[in-house]
Write a protein that binds this ligand. Structure first.
Ligand code: BES
Ligand code: MN
Ligand code: MN
Length: 454
């Protein structure tokens, strides 16, 4: 990998410039106003694959945003790595909280600021950079397939079908993804588990129209008051979730494993400071890293209804709404939990209101086999470039396609992310450290090398 590393060194500025270009494209998958931009981004990815020298490059249409594929096949007797990433990004709002416009990347304090900088454009582009240099140096040690999709942030709704219809094209010995974060730049880590997701939307209806809150107030159920009480009842004073059967399938983690996890460095004071809170909060009996990594959670993601404009309007609203999501751990199942939630939420609604519960996209949890060849290769690669053996850490985020890939393609997924928790993904002022960007590019070729040697 010597020539590869020299090529990387020589092309550092070029790669950063390319990333800037990529980050300028507002590929917001959730917002149909950006459909054309999202397609432009898919084409950018396709052209970029062409420039780095991949073959069999294809842009696949889906009912939603396109999927882009390319590969470098050296020899069918060598192992094959499938790299996955996503070119779509989260919406940028609230725009007014950005210190520079989200799609006009700026470099400040050795970080690049833009929507998608860390999630996931900056991370998947590291593979393009690494591949360019490996191909140029004639140092590609195995077959490499690259799949970049445009719907991860909206639940990868069309990817499952695509995978089922292209099992041969995507066949591999291991799947490699950089779309997660490390403990810190000094404490490299590998994501050893991701949570699943069940995402619900609820609608509470009281009277058939908005009413005067004086002439009717106190005599009919206010759907917002009612919704708040219902939501409040979903957790108890120990911050446990009260939905019957919710915890039934949760695999308890052994005391030995918990003790081992507790050895990963975590600074609670720093954690609180970084988000400006006095006191952390979570399920009784578990530490903050455990709450994040191995326990299921429930959060309201949005709540609305009634009058929220300027000034005061005395209204007793007809309807109230909320989006409520639950993060799941092994062996909870997204559909089961959605059903359990629906049944419970309908049951706790008082007779004075009507309740409607609908289910959005979800996903299943995933855990990494720490004894697999893929994990070992990632661990060795990071040790090589960080000078320190990475620690396995379970994280609270979700990449729903991971468990599906493993089922359909029957191989392990390795989550070798280079971001940081502080990158502000999904938030205003998202950024990615240049250290992380270049470290990723440097590390990736070693993964391929070590994996092929196993
Ligand atoms: N890259 C994230 C997931 C992530 C972030 C995992 C940090 C671990 C650490 C991904 O793009 C994401 O945001 N996923 C969504 C999934 C949802 C849209 C189905 C999530 O976790 O909310
Ligand atoms: Mn992501
Ligand atoms: Mn994301």
């Amino acid at each position: 990998m010597k020539n590869t590393q020299q090529n990387i060194e020589a092309r550092k500025d070029e790669f950063l410039n390319n990333l800037v270009e990529l980050l300028k494209i507002p590929s917001v998958s959730a917002d149909s106003k950006h459909d054309k931009d999202t397609r432009d981004c898919a084409n950018w990815v396709k052209n970029s694959m062409n420039k780095i020298g991949l073959s069999n490059i294809q842009l696949f249409e889906t009912p939603g945003h396109p999927i882009v594929f390319g590969e470098v096949i050296i020899n069918n007797s060598l192992p094959t790595v499938l790299v996955y990433g996503h070119y779509d990004v989260q919406p940028a709002d609230p725009i007014e909280l950005w210190t520079s416009p989200p799609f006009e990347p700026v470099i400040k304090d050795n970080k690049i600021y833009a929507r998608g900088a860390a999630d996931d454009k900056g991370q998947f582009y590291m593979y393009f950079a690494a591949l360019k240099c490996m191909i140029e140096a004639n140092e590609v040690p195995c077959n490499i397939k690259v799949l970049i999709e445009g719907e991860e942030e909206v639940g990868s709704v069309n990817l499952e079908n695509f995978v089922n219809n292209n099992l041969e094209l995507l066949s591999n010995d291991v799947i490699l993804i950089s779309d997660t974060h490390m403990l810190s730049n000094e404490d490299p880590s590998i994501t050893a588990g991701l949570k699943g997701l069940a995402y619900m939307e609820v609608e509470i209806t009281g009277p058939n129209r908005d009413l005067h809150s004086g002439t009717y107030g106190g005599s009919v159920a206010n759907p917002i008051n009612t919704l708040c009480k219902m939501i409040a009842s979903l957790t108890n004073e120990d911050n446990q979730i009260t939905i019957p059967e919710f915890y039934d399938k949760v695999l308890e983690v052994s005391p030995e494993h918990r003790a081992e996890m507790a050895r990963a460095p975590f600074d609670l004071e720093e954690y609180k400071q970084s988000i400006d809170i006095e006191k952390e909060q979570g399920e009784k009996g578990y530490s903050t890293p455990e709450r994040l990594g191995i326990r299921p959670t429930l959060d309201v993601n949005g709540i609305w209804g009634g009058y929220t404009g300027e000034g005061a309007k005395t209204v007793l609203p007809s309807k109230a709404f909320a989006k409520i999501s639950m993060r799941l751990v092994p062996d909870q199942n997204s559909l089961d939990i959605s059903e359990i939630f629906k049944k419970h939420f309908e049951k706790i609604a008082p007779k004075s209101v009507k309740v409607k519960v609908s289910v959005h996209h979800g996903g299943e949890p995933a855990v990494t086999d720490l004894n697999s060849k893929g994990y070992e290769a990632a661990s060795q690669a990071m040790e090589k470039t960080f000078g320190k053996k990475p620690i396995p850490v379970r994280q609270g985020g979700s990449i729903p396609i991971v468990s599906f890939f493993e089922k359909a393609l029957k191989t392990n997924t390795i989550l070798m992310g280079f971001g940081l928790n502080s990158d502000a993904i999904h938030s205003p002022n998202e950024h990615y450290g240049l250290f992380n960007f270049y470290k990723g590019i440097e590390t990736i070729p070693y993964f391929f090398q070590y994996f092929s040697e196993k």
